[in-house]
Design a protein around this ligand. Structure first.
Ligand code: PMT
Length: 410
């Protein structure tokens, strides 16, 4: 991105009352440095954490916080601000503000501006780990995602409370990268239809037991969100996961077993331009599924006979014609050789390699560390990033901005 990548862009930066508000000062500085015109809107409690003077000095505009300026009685129009903004970013977004935004409780300038915003909105939640994990926060985030708000996931680490866990506001650099990508990529996949698979498959043994794996679905969901944010129509075929937040342009199709996943992929694939297969599909399933709970027997051993599942990637590979097919390879050893052989065997155009030997990669993590290998063996290695940013790198590789341009960006 160029140094003035946000030249001429109008951004409303909403700041709420949390300790992470100190990071918003740096975020504001980065946005302004890149050429954006930024209007800061603070909640009353945000002013307990940082002063409006600091923010107005950096933005060159008086901070808006109240509906009226006390001494002049001047009224601040949230409607005008909503119309002026090309983008609104709320960082940090506290649990309280997320709740108000999700439910339209317009009791301060920030939430009324949000309700008036005509363009895209991003929120960067920041709170203590238990607040972030609470069903109420999860529900509010899910509602906001359903309304089209882009959620910039918090990171994990030491929190202001001294506890360690998920809840730290994303770093200002990551937020700025998301902003830059939004302006450079929004609408770039309009008219494209993309099939994405996510999560594990569960292969039933009996009505209460199954063979499964540790996939959380985070990687596939991040891909779906990133593709939809770029304007694509996305069909997300997902195994059993607990994730709920989804961009409204994502059509979610829930499945359980590898056979179910194959059936739904076969329905979707012909209408798609591209499929990205991030699901961890069970290679084998029990040959027989008991229709009643299997009882504990006297014998020390029990044998469950397994039969091979269909290979979804290979099946789609055999019928892909001009469609682009991207697979993942999750490896523990001989990573590159195994990935190359999977790409060949399944007739993939590209394979995303992640290794369980990398502590920041793989199942359940919020981050991933990938190599993207194209059919001619060209490889691009990326540092560990949040899964959402990894998803952006994968989309950049699959849909390079211009034909003939270097396929991958480091
Ligand atoms: O869900 P998360 O917790 O975020 O974790 C993400 C992830 C680790 C699951 C993801 O990044 C990943 O690596 N997904 C692929 C895991 C896997 O099963 O890889 P594989 O090497 O076994 O399979 C290779 C490819 O073939 C994959 O694209 C897989 O979807 C596909 N496959 C595999 C078996 C099968 N029967 N059918 C398939 O389509």
């Amino acid at each position: 991105m160029s140094a003035r990548s946000l030249e001429g862009r109008h951004i409303v930066l909403g700041i709420t009352g949390g300790i992470a508000a100190y990071k918003s000062v740096y975020l504001l500085r980065l946005l302004v440095k890149r050429g954006a015109e930024v209007q800061v809107v603070m909640t009353p409690s945000a002013k307990e954490f940082i002063t409006p003077v600091t923010l107005s000095s950096l933005s060159g505009k008086p901070v808006v916080s109240e509906f009226f300026t006390a001494n002049t009685g001047e009224w601040h129009s949230h409607v005008d601000l909503g119309l002026w903004a090309d983008l609104m970013v709320v960082a940090p977004a506290t649990a309280s503000t997320l709740g108000k935004m999700a439910h339209g409780i317009a009791d301060n300038m920030l939430v009324t501006t949000y309700l008036s915003a005509k363009e895209h909105v991003m929120v960067a939640p920041a709170m203590d780990l238990d607040m972030f994990r609470s069903p109420s926060t999860a529900r509010n985030l899910s509602l906001l995602a359903g309304d089209g708000v882009e959620i910039i996931e918090p990171g994990s680490g030491e929190l202001a409370s001294g506890l360690t866990g998920k809840g730290r506001m994303a770093e200002p650099e990551e937020i700025v990268e998301r902003v830059e990508r939004f302006f450079s990529k929004s609408g770039s996949l309009a008219g494209k239809r993309i099939l994405i698979t996510a999560g594990p498959t569960f292969e039933n043994i009996d009505p209460v037991r199954f063979i499964g794996n540790y996939s959380s679905g985070k990687m596939g969901f991040a891909l779906a969100d990133a593709a939809a944010s770029r304007g694509a129509e996305v069909a997300l075929v997902t195994g059993p996961v607990s994730l709920r937040e989804l961009h409204p342009a994502v059509r979610r199709i829930d499945v359980v077993s590898a056979r179910d996943m194959l059936a739904r992929c076969l329905e979707e694939f012909p209408g798609c331009d591209c499929a990205i297969l991030a699901a961890a599909v069970a290679d084998y399933a029990p040959a027989v599924v008991a229709d009643r709970k299997i009882k504990r027997e006297k014998e020390e051993e029990m044998v469950v006979r397994l039969v091979r599942n269909p290979d979804i990637a290979a099946t789609l590979g055999s019928m892909k014609e001009s469609r682009t097919l991207v697979g993942f390879a999750l490896e523990t050893d001989n990573e590159r050789e195994n990935a190359l052989s999977k790409m060949e065997r399944k007739n993939l155009d590209m394979i995303v390699l992640n290794s369980l030997r990398d502590p920041e990669a793989g199942f359940m993590k919020d981050t991933n560390k990938i190599d993207i290998i194209s059919r001619d063996g060209q490889t691009c290695s990326f540092p560990a990033k949040s899964k959402r940013m990894v998803a952006e790198d994968i989309l950049d590789a699959v849909f390079p901005p211009e034909r003939g341009q270097m396929m991958m960006r480091r």
